[in-house]
Design a protein. Structure first.
Length: 148
């Protein structure tokens, strides 16, 4: 059935044309929405990763703080003071007799004497490494040349 004055081909072409335009507009809108959305998602992921890292670092710091608190309590205890006085100051309690046994095989070497009982960074700054004379000359010539 054909209507007078209306061309069916032009209506069909106009409808198809309009649907293409509509599809392009929808596609452009989706693209315009997706770009900022993906940017925000990536920012959120990075922020969550940083939060996890900071929480892990806070936990490590709390554990280290707890360990340092325990070390401080031990260092402030009477037992530690007594032990250090006996070892380093050669003190004794009244009525005690001190016996010194020297064994050459068990004598500590120089670096071992200066080591602390505790592993605290910066305590062993006084330790100097002794080098042989040929090693000093090799370091002087070859390390000085490489640093120039």
């Amino acid at each position: 059935m054909r209507f007078r004055g209306i061309k069916t081909d032009s209506i069909f072409k106009r409808g198809l044309w309009r649907s293409k335009i509509l599809a392009i507009i929808i596609l452009a809108a989706v693209i315009l929405i997706l770009f900022p959305l993906t940017k925000k998602i990536n920012q959120q992921r990075a922020l969550n990763k940083e939060i996890r890292e900071l929480e892990a670092e806070a936990e490590r710091i709390d554990n280290k703080n707890k360990d340092l608190g325990e070390l401080l309590n031990y260092l402030q205890s009477d037992g530690f003071a007594e032990k250090e006085a006996r070892l380093n100051l050669d003190l004794k309690k009244p009525g005690e007799k001190v016996v010194i046994v020297k064994d050459a095989a068990r004598l500590p070497t120089a670096p071992e004497q200066s080591k602390s009982v505790f592993n605290i960074p910066g305590l062993d700054k006084n330790i100097t490494e002794t080098k042989s004379n040929p090693r000093k000359w090799l370091d002087y010539f070859f390390n000085a040349a490489s640093s120039r």
